[in-house]
Design a protein around this ligand. Structure first.
Ligand code: SIN
Ligand code: MN
Length: 271
């Protein structure tokens, strides 16, 4: 798959591109099977919901699991990320957000770049995320909400902005993955932006893919439906935008320190 000129223009304008059913049912099933294996293991990158039972997220699986090592080099994702960022890239973060049926909690409204800048010292927003639907995303199971065009705004964050130290301590990293986030946006900011620009919630079958800018405002509601909603997110950073870590960097399963430019594999690499 190669992005069209219109898709790239739309990304610059709106901050995202949605591609329904990029991956086949067989490819999705192969990824789901790998996730099932990983979920059972109590690894350092596994985060639980408030109930201390339900898995909320897994991190860094591209370094431990073959199919995800291949996924981050899949040409449809990697070549598109390089094209959008106009640069070679490496994997900055890899995570799977579970949002389980009857229990997956929300993600408050936020932008990603402020975390990467404040926690890791990323110099500029030359990074993006690719989200792969591992389940169907519908109106019931807490799809992501986006405010198109919001990546162009400079916004003020609530929370500890201005008081937090760059690069939090190792044991503090989990605070950025709970339902109460460190740098969220105020209700007033969201209301104003949504009135001006509207909101969208891309929905579609498993295997669909979203590319989104690291300054695009997004969030998602809790999942009270009986349908699981697993979302795999690869964040690619430009190799010209390596973080300047100060102090103790966050764990490597969270923020990769392997800056080797990724090379694309073949199209059918997952199955
Ligand atoms: C995120 O902002 O990284 C997570 C959003 C979601 O899983 O809904
Ligand atoms: Mn986010």
């Amino acid at each position: 798959m190669k992005l069209t000129k219109q898709q790239i223009e739309s990304y610059r304008e709106n901050g995202l591109i949605f591609i329904p059913e990029l991956f086949s049912t067989k490819e999705v099933e192969a990824m789901q099977a790998a996730v099932d294996d990983l979920t059972a293991k109590d690894t350092p990158g596994r985060i639980l919901e408030k109930d201390n039972k339900t898995v909320r997220a897994l991190h860094g699986c591209h370094t431990t699991t073959k199919i995800f090592d291949s996924l981050v080099r899949h040409p449809s994702l990697l070549t598109s990320a390089c094209e959008i960022l106009n640069s070679d890239v490496y994997v900055y973060q890899f995570k799977i957000n579970f949002k389980a049926a009857f229990g997956g909690d929300l993600w408050p409204w936020h932008q990603d770049f402020i975390y990467w800048e404040q926690e890791d010292g990323m110099p500029s927003p030359k990074a993006l995320s690719v989200a792969v639907f591992l389940d169907e995303f519908n109106e019931f199971n807490g799809p992501m909400y986006f405010i198109p065009g919001s990546h162009k705004e400079s916004l003020v964050h609530l929370g500890q902005t201005g008081t937090s130290e760059v690069n939090s301590q190792q044991n503090d990293w989990k605070s950025n993955f709970r339902a109460t986030l460190k740098y969220s946006l105020s209700k007033e900011t969201i209301a104003k932006l949504a009135n001006e620009k509207g909101m969208i919630a891309p929905k579609g079958p498993s295997g669909s893919v979203l590319f989104f800018h690291c300054n695009l405002v997004h969030g998602s509601a809790p999942n009270i439906s009986p349908y699981d909603r697993r979302l795999l997110i690869i964040s690619y950073n430009s190799i010209n935008n390596i973080p300047n870590f100060k102090g103790q960097p966050r764990p490597e399963f969270l923020v990769s320190r392997d800056y080797t430019p990724l090379q694309p594999l073949l199209d059918k690499v997952l199955i």
